[in-house]
Design a protein around this ligand. Sequence first.
Ligand code: ADP
Ligand code: ADP
Ligand code: ZN
Length: 220
Amino acid sequence: MNLVLLGPPGAGKGTQAERLVEKYGLVQISTGDMFRAALAQKTPMGLEAKKYMDSGALVPDQVVEGLVAERLSADDLRSGFILDGFPRNTHQADALDRILSDDGRRLDLVLNIVVDPELLVERLTGRRVCRDCGYNYHVSFNPPAEENTCVACGGEIYQRDDDNVATVRERLRVYEEQTEPVIDYYRPTGRLVDIDGSASPDEVFVDIVSAFERAGTGTR
Ligand code: ADP
Ligand code: ADP
Ligand code: ZN
């Protein structure tokens, strides 16, 4: 099964992708994580991407699309993949269609995680992330047992540079302007399912699993 996780920043895409990976053995492809890894290694692409990420803008399509095309050509995707954070505009959605159809693949399911905008600011400004394994925490909703230490791997927990109030507001604005139209891009395909993302992570996952199982058996 090949999936896209759509939804505003803070909707819970990373949190739910992690669970899908564990349950179904899919490979998570997060463009944001790829840029942060490139930046940690100080590659030219990582340093270039940082300029956009710090202001809450999108990294240029050409850069992101090239990165995704390369990642999707790897041979570890037989059980399927979950795209998390891509596509973020209709140009990227077109590019993805082309990349997949060029070698006879397609998307099976697009999960659109819907969350009230007011909740998103609180989720994003309270988000903390493990530097080593990428596990997501939240200062109130999912605090680590030991401050600054990841329960999953013992790594250091940090706050992303772009999870401050000003950048968060800009990212939400960019989402509305550029990413929301991607919902209408996929809706007519009949493969898009809306998921209420405002409940607890466990409850959201129950809905996601049910949409996933329905898509897998061809009932919707
Ligand atoms: P995204 O990848 O869509 O930006 P994340 O999965 O990183 O979102 O979640 C953003 C923040 O909200 C994280 O701190 C995470 O722990 C928290 N979070 C995720 N899902 C929920 C939920 N259903 N309820 C409360 N907090 C959540
Ligand atoms: P979140 O889901 O929490 O908003 P991500 O980790 O997906 O954050 O993305 C962080 C930043 O990385 C974005 O604000 C943007 O600058 C850049 N980025 C990630 N994915 C894309 C993409 N598909 N197109 C353009 N920029 C992207
Ligand atoms: Zn960790």
